[in-house]
Ligand binder design. Structure first.
Ligand code: ADP
Length: 490
């Protein structure tokens, strides 16, 4: 299909290794989720190329870490400007391979690029410490040094931002990186590599290994097993996160994991109803519900319950569903048939258990996109804690709404999950804002807002939602080791 890219050089289907494009030994197919058609045949790399990438990154490390922070920052800044200038093309690529509406894809380019800009700025603020010693003949110094070769395994839901959020701080710190993008969305990753090459990063400093599903598992094993790889950052499912953590145990690798969420969205009687509904729409239906911070379960207080579900259903029903590349579309397709089947099974389970369907609850098939995986924005009322849509992450455009009476009951219900990434609360009572924010077992709390992600703030989860934080000045620490130098004999 013709994506009408202004810059044809951003169409890359080979992997990027040691500063060169690699065709690999086989190819795998990338499909457009809006139509099912073939978009591209991309290089399928194997274990040998993974070893070669590790060797290239290792070889590039000494010179890269020896560059001044200012020099690394300048390269990152150039990459940022190139990404920003290519916004429209990157958005088209992303929308085609991932399915999200063009408006969301453009916003993701801005969001993804903001990490490159932020860490370009932070690169020059890696400060060590001096600590007063109790022995007058000694001094205590703390140096911060790059951890070494880093691997980043990223998901399909944010094909650009999940890469820059890991790669920019690694590069800023002085670490080379090996990226293994999701098999569904390698084209955006490869376009980013093209722009990195134009920015002038030295060969081996940034590598992109592409592979299909089984190939990704094989590459993952090599990256995890290698003692040269000192850090693995992964965003994806909790199941795969557990596998990777186990695979990294023998080499005691430092791990950053951004895993599943099951975000609760609490609405109290005193909330501004319209604001809560707008926040709910943003937190639920963005990316067709396929984000790890998407509201997965809504708990609404008795007094506002009926008004909230009716208004939410009205607004959800009005969202325009269609291929993301079509201007004006607000909700694109789900990523694949399995994602669609999961959403259908969650809705069927809820309806069988007595939930009330207010809108949606069905597939959508635009006439000219019959092969796409579209599902109507759905609102379910009278949902119970036992239903699958409450217990599991649906990762689709379904809003299950439960009823509560007291603050204590709402907090207990919100915390009754093994996950703890994002949580949302709508209330205008300042005391409750503090009590609930402190009481929620999550890494992120959105108070009277449904949009929380930004490069300046630490993003990450507690419990089985993950380890570590991305973004903010803390995001750079992930890629730095502290070295204590004890200076004696003064
Ligand atoms: P999702 O459920 O969002 O598809 P996954 O956790 O399955 O998320 O995949 C996220 C990323 O992890 C993708 O890049 C995928 O290729 C990769 N991946 C999946 N399984 C493994 C594995 N066993 N080892 C290494 N990488 C894996």
């Amino acid at each position: 299909p013709d994506l009408q890219l202004a810059d044809a050089g951003l169409w890359r289907c080979n992997a990027f290794l040691a500063g060169a494009w690699q065709a690999g030994t086989g190819r795998f197919t990338v499909h457009a989720p809006a139509s099912g058609e073939t978009l591209a045949e991309v290089a399928a790399l194997g274990e040998a190329e993974a070893q070669a990438a590790i060797a290239a990154a290792e070889a590039a490390w000494p010179a890269w870490r020896a560059q001044t922070a200012k020099a690394r920052a300048a390269l990152l800044q150039r990459w940022f400007l190139l990404i920003t200038a290519a916004t429209e093309d990157l958005a088209r690529l992303m929308s085609a391979e991932q399915g999200k509406p063009l408006a969301e894809a453009r916003a993701e380019v801005g969001y993804g690029a903001s990490f490159v800009e932020w860490f370009a700025e932070e690169a020059r603020r890696v400060h060590g410490e001096t600590i007063p010693a109790t022995d007058p003949s000694k001094r205590i110094l703390v140096l911060k040094q790059p951890i070494g070769v880093c691997a980043a395994i990223t998901p399909w839901n944010f094909p650009l931002a999940m890469i820059t959020r890991k790669v920019a701080p690694a590069l800023a710190a002085g670490c080379p990186v090996i990226i293994k993008p999701a098999e569904q969305t390698p084209l955006t990753a490869l376009a980013l590599a093209e722009l990195a090459q134009r920015a002038g990063f030295p060969p081996g400093v940034l590598n992109v290994l592409t592979a299909d599903g089984p190939g990704s598992i094989a590459l993952g094993r090599v990256l995890c097993a290698s003692p040269a790889v000192r850090h693995l950052s992964f965003t994806g499912s909790t199941e795969v996160g557990r596998i990777l953590a186990a695979q990294c145990a023998p080499t005691v690798k430092k791990l950053a994991l951004e895993l599943g969420g099951n975000a609760p969205f609490l609405v109290f009687d005193d909330a501004d109803l319209e604001a809560a509904v707008e926040g709910a729409l943003a937190a639920k239906y963005r990316n067709a519900g396929q984000t790890c911070v998407c509201a997965n379960r809504f708990y609404v207080q008795d007094g506002i319950y009926e008004a909230f579900v009716q208004r939410l259903a009205e607004k959800a029903a009005a969202l325009r569903v269609g291929p993301g590349t079509r201007e004006g579309v607000q909700q694109g397709p789900l990523i694949d048939a399995a994602a669609l089947a999961k959403v259908e099974s969650h809705v069927a389970d809820a309806l069988a258990g007595g939930a009330r369907l207010l809108t949606g609850g069905r597939r959508v098939q635009p006439a000219d996109h019959a092969g796409g995986h579209f599902y109507a924005p759905t609102v379910l009322a009278d949902v119970t804690p036992a239903m699958r849509c409450t217990r599991e992450e649906t990762f689709g455009p379904v809003a299950p709404v439960l009823r509560f009476h007291t603050e204590a009951e709402a907090l207990a219900a919100a915390n009754a999950s093994e996950f703890g990434l994002a949580a949302y609360v709508y209330t205008r009572d300042i005391g409750r804002v503090m009590r609930v924010s402190e009481g929620l077992e999550s890494g992120i709390v959105g108070v009277n807002t449904g949009i929380i992600s930004t490069a300046e703030a630490p993003f990450g989860g507690v419990k089985q939602s993950g380890l570590g934080r991305e973004g903010s000045h803390h995001g750079l620490d992930e890629y730095l080791e502290m070295k204590y130098v004890c200076l004696g004999g003064l």
